[in-house]
Design a protein around this ligand. Sequence first.
Ligand SMILES: *[C@@H]1O[C@H](CO)[C@@H](O)[C@H](O)[C@H]1NC(C)=O
Ligand SMILES: *[C@@H]1O[C@H](CO)[C@@H](O)[C@H](O)[C@H]1NC(C)=O
Ligand SMILES: *[C@@H]1O[C@H](CO)[C@@H](O)[C@H](O)[C@H]1NC(C)=O
Length: 315
Amino acid sequence: MDFKFIALLILIGSFMGMTVAQASCDPETQYEEEGQCCLMCKPGTSMSTKDCKNPRCQSCPDNHYQDKYTTENKCLLQPYCDRNKNFEDPFPKSKTQKSICECKVGFHCSSKDCITCVEHTVCQPGYGAKVIGNKSQDTECEKCPDGTFNNNTSWDAHCRKWTECETGYHVEEKGTHTTDNTCGLPRRGHIIVISIISVMAVITVVILVLLYRGCIKQRTKRYFKPLHPEEKPTCTETTLNMPLTPEENEDDPSHELSSEGFTEKGNQVMQERGKEEIVSRQESQLESQFESQEDSQSMDPFYKPVQACTSAVES
Ligand SMILES: *[C@@H]1O[C@H](CO)[C@@H](O)[C@H](O)[C@H]1NC(C)=O
Ligand SMILES: *[C@@H]1O[C@H](CO)[C@@H](O)[C@H](O)[C@H]1NC(C)=O
Ligand SMILES: *[C@@H]1O[C@H](CO)[C@@H](O)[C@H](O)[C@H]1NC(C)=O
């Protein structure tokens, strides 16, 4: 038992002695040689000449790296990133870190080992990226949910929400899985524009009618004022298109007498008056007025044209 105990103590003691000796050297940056702690070269360099306290280190050449403190006299070659396999070739390459060959944008590793890179899945119109692909993962497409759309054929476009028309505007054409909502002019605006146009149209029509009527009145005045200053309106309408001339009066058989002379006519009138006198004098005042009118008209040289006019109205 005693021997075993002593042996254990010696073992523990020797371990402790070893740890004390090792603790004096930094395992990351130093190495031990002949009981001494010696310096290693920095990352990004290699050791060209060994010297415990003052080693010679040289920088790694291009495309090489050293990522740790080292006693090696050579750097490590960087992995080759093959562009033909759709890898991105980083440049300049680090001398202190191993390059990781990554897939170009739009590509992802074909497998866990990433031997080659393959293109992302492209989502067709009506579909969008549920998960946008990256260097290690493919794009996942989904059919655009209702209320969203995507018109692009791409691996990096999500479905987007339909545009919400601003207040006052209305959805002119509802969106689909591939098209956005289109917003129309505000309805109120439509109404305002339409009402302004119709009010203007009405005003224009009214003005035109007034102008037209004013024109006709002026024309009728021009025709009849010099002929019959006291003309009654009953005649004006029909005589508008038939100016009264002696020739026209001759055409009318009921007034053939007129061309013979006024005295004849006058006699006729007198005869008629004689008849009237026989009829009781208690006729209406209107009649007497009529008589006096007849009297004055019979003296008026332009009386016949008026008769022609009234007869024209009757016929
Ligand atoms: C790729 O995308 C996935 C999920 O979106 C993510 O977990 C992963 O970290 C990404 N990888 C890279 C290299 O960006
Ligand atoms: C489609 O692509 C164009 C340009 O590539 C972009 O401007 C547009 O926003 C995209 N549309 C959608 C719905 O992502
Ligand atoms: C969007 O869709 C229309 C037809 O719906 C097409 O003419 C246009 O080119 C598309 N735009 C894109 C960016 O794909």
